[in-house]
Design a protein around this ligand. Structure first.
Ligand code: 3UK
Length: 508
C-alpha cells in the first residue's frame, strides 16, 4: 500500500523539492532554443503561477485548459496550475473548436493557457463558451503574452496547500469513438504512478535523458516525458514535432537514453535506424496500442534494444500491465505492475481460468473517476475498472491482448481478434502497416477484412492479395485469414497513435 501525507502538492514533490535538496543546477528540460535546469523551470513556473492568481484571477479548484504542442513552456504552465491549486485540463493540439467546446463545457473550464500559434481555434471556441472567461498566450512576444507578464513577477511562489486527494488533472480519453470522456485524478495519483511503473519496471536513473512523441495532453506523454523523469531528477526533451523521421535525429542530437512512443512509430523508425547514431539509447517504451511481435522483433534487429511494452489508460492515469526488458515475452503485454491487480472476467464478472479470453479488470491506487456518473457505474464495479479490452492470461501469469471488447470479429461462429490477424500480416516483409476489421457478410455474419499499407517497392494486386492470405493461413488458424484485402496509402490514426477502426468501418 502506498502512503501519502494528507497535504500534498505534486508540483512541490516533483519540482520544488529537487531545488530544496540542492539539485537546482541539474538539467531538467530541453526544447527548441530552451535548456532549463530544475531551478530555471521552478522560477518560470512560479512566475506563471503569480500571473495566474494575480492577473487572471485563478482560485483553487478552477479548471484551466492548456492547448499547445509539447514545449518546456507548456510544462511550466502545467506546474504553475498545480502550484495555484487549480486543475490542469490539457487538450490535444489538433482539436477543433467544436471539440474544444465539449471539453470546456464538460470540465467547466474557466481559464486557458494557449500556445499563440494555436490561438485561432480556441478563440472560436471561446466565442461559444461563456464559462471560459480568461485566455492567455505563450510562445508569443506580445506585451500581454505569458512570457512578458511572467517576467515581471517574483521567481518565488507560496504553493497552495492542497490535499493529497484534491483533483489536479482532468484528462480526456482520446475518444476513438464518440464523445471524449473526462476523468479526474488527484495529487496523490500523480505521485502514485511515479511510485509504481517507473520504480518497478522502467527503473530510470538521474542521468537519463527522456524523449518521445506522445502529446502532454495524453497521460502517456505527461507521465513519460514530464512526471517520470522529474520523479528521479533526470532530464527530458520536449519535441514539438516528433514524427518517426524527426524523433531519430533528435535522439542522436540530445543523446537521449529513454524513448517513449507508439508501436507504429517504432515500426516506421526501424528501417531508418542505420542513418543515425543511437548509441545513447538504453530503453524503449511502447504503449497506446498493442505491440505486435513482428514490430518488437523489427526494432530489436534494427536497434539491438528489447522494447518495454505496457498497457495504460487515461482512466487509470498510466501503465498497469507491463514487463521489464529482461522479462519481455513476444505477443504478451506483461504482468500487473506492482501496486496493481488484474483479472480476466466473464460478462457476469466471474474470474476466468488461465487461457480463456474475457474482459480485463484492473484495480490499483489510481482507480477511475469519470466526470459523468453513468460511465462510472458501467465501468467501475467493486473498485475493479473494466478497461474495455479483451485479454487472456497464460499459465505463467502473462496477459495477452486480444482486441477492444467491441472490436471482436464474429465470423462463421468464430470469435476472431483483429490484432492477431494484424500481427500475422505484419510478419510479411512487404507489409508496412495494417488494420483488420469485421465487415458485414450475409453468409458468415461478418468476414475479416484487412487494410494494408505496403512497403515502398511492393506491387499491390490480386497476386499479392493471394500471397498475403496464404501467408496468414500459415501463421494463425486458417479460418482467421482476411477474406478481403484492400491496399491503402495510409491508415487513419489518432494523435496518440491508435488505429481508428471505426473510420475503416464507416469511411464517411
Ligand atoms: C489500448 C493498449 C494493448 C487499450 C495510455 C499508456 O493508451 C493509453 O490511454 P487511452 O485512454 O487508451 C487506453 C486503451 O488503449 N492500449 C494502450 N496501451 C496498450 N492495448 N497493449 C498496450 N500496450 O485498449 C487501452 O484500454 O488513450 C497508455 C499510458 C497512459 C495512457 N493513457
Amino acid at each position: 500500500e502506498l502512503q501519502f501525507p494528507e497535504r500534498l502538492n505534486c508540483a512541490h514533490e516533483l519540482l520544488d523539492a529537487w531545488v530544496e535538496r540542492g539539485h537546482g543546477a541539474r538539467l531538467c528540460m530541453q526544447g527548441i532554443g530552451v535548456r532549463w535546469t530544475y531551478a530555471d523551470l521552478l522560477a518560470q513556473a512560479n512566475r506563471i503561477a503569480h500571473m495566474l492568481v494575480e492577473d487572471m484571477g485563478v482560485v483553487p479548484g478552477n479548471r484551466v485548459l492548456m492547448r499547445g504542442a509539447n514545449t518546456p513552456m507548456m510544462a511550466a504552465c502545467w506546474f504553475a496550475i498545480q502550484k495555484a491549486g487549480a486543475i490542469a485540463v490539457a487538450t490535444m493540439p489538433l482539436l477543433r473548436a467544436k471539440e474544444l467546446c465539449q471539453v470546456i463545457q464538460q470540465a467547466e473550464v474557466s481559464h486557458a493557457l494557449c500556445d499563440a500559434r494555436l490561438a485561432e481555434e480556441l478563440a472560436l471556441a471561446q466565442a461559444q463558451c461563456p464559462t471560459l472567461k480568461s485566455v492567455a498566450h505563450y510562445m508569443s512576444d506580445a506585451p500581454d503574452g505569458i512570457e512578458a507578464r511572467a517576467a515581471a513577477k517574483p521567481a518565488t511562489f507560496a504553493n497552495v496547500d492542497t490535499a493529497a486527494d484534491d483533483c489536479c488533472i482532468i484528462a480526456f480519453t482520446s475518444g476513438t469513438t464518440g464523445k471524449p470522456k473526462g476523468t479526474m485524478h488527484f495529487h496523490r495519483d500523480v505521485m502514485a504512478i511515479c511510485a509504481c511503473w517507473p520504480k518497478h519496471v522502467l527503473k530510470p536513473v538521474a542521468d537519463d535523458v527522456f524523449i518521445g512523441s506522445p502529446p502532454l495532453a495524453f497521460t502517456f506523454g505527461l507521465g513519460g516525458l514530464v512526471l517520470f523523469p522529474m520523479s528521479v531528477g533526470a532530464s527530458t526533451v520536449l519535441l514539438e514535432k516528433a514524427s518517426p523521421e524527426g524523433l531519430l535525429p533528435a535522439i542522436a542530437h540530445y543523446r537521449a537514453t529513454v524513448c517513449f512512443t507508439a508501436p507504429t512509430s517504432y515500426r516506421a523508425m526501424a528501417p531508418l535506424v542505420g542513418q543515425h547514431d543511437l548509441s545513447s539509447l538504453r530503453k524503449c517504451v511502447s504503449a497506446g496500442e498493442a505491440l505486435p511481435a513482428a514490430t518488437r522483433q523489427l526494432w530489436k534487429d534494427a536497434s539491438g534494444i528489447e522494447m518495454i511494452d505496457g498497457i495504460g489508460a487515461t482512466e487509470l492515469l498510466h501503465i498497469f500491465i507491463s514487463h521489464t526488458e529482461i522479462e519481455a515475452r513476444p505477443g504478451a503485454t506483461g504482468k500487473p505492475v506492482p501496486g496493481y491487480q488484474a483479472r480476466v472476467v466473464d460478462d457476469q464478472g466471474r474470474v476466468l481460468p488461465a487461457g480463456q479470453v474475457g474482459k480485463l479488470a484492473v484495480k490499483g491506487p489510481t482507480g477511475c473517476r469519470y466526470l459523468a456518473d453513468d460511465r462510472q457505474r458501467a465501468y467501475v464495479q467493486n473498485g475493479w475498472n473494466l478497461t474495455g479490452d479483451a485479454y487472456a492470461m497464460d499459465a505463467d501469469g502473462y496477459y495477452h491482448y486480444q482486441s477492444r471488447t467491441d472490436d471482436m470479429i464474429i465470423s462463421g461462429g468464430y470469435n476472431i481478434a483483429g490484432p492477431e490477424v494484424e500481427s500475422a500480416l505484419l510478419l510479411h516483409p512487404q507489409v508496412a502497416e495494417c488494420g483488420v476489421i469485421g465487415v458485414a457478410d450475409e453468409q458468415r455474419g461478418q468476414i475479416v477484412k484487412a487494410f494494408v499499407v505496403l512497403r515502398p517497392g511492393a506491387t499491390p494486386g490480386p497476386e499479392l492479395v493471394r500471397e498475403l492470405q496464404d501467408f496468414v493461413k500459415q501463421t494463425v488458424a486458417p479460418y482467421k485469414y482476411p477474406r478481403a484485402i484492400e491496399f491503402r496509402e495510409a491508415l487513419p490514426r489518432t494523435e496518440t497513435g491508435k488505429l481508428q477502426r471505426f473510420r475503416l468501418r464507416n469511411p464517411a
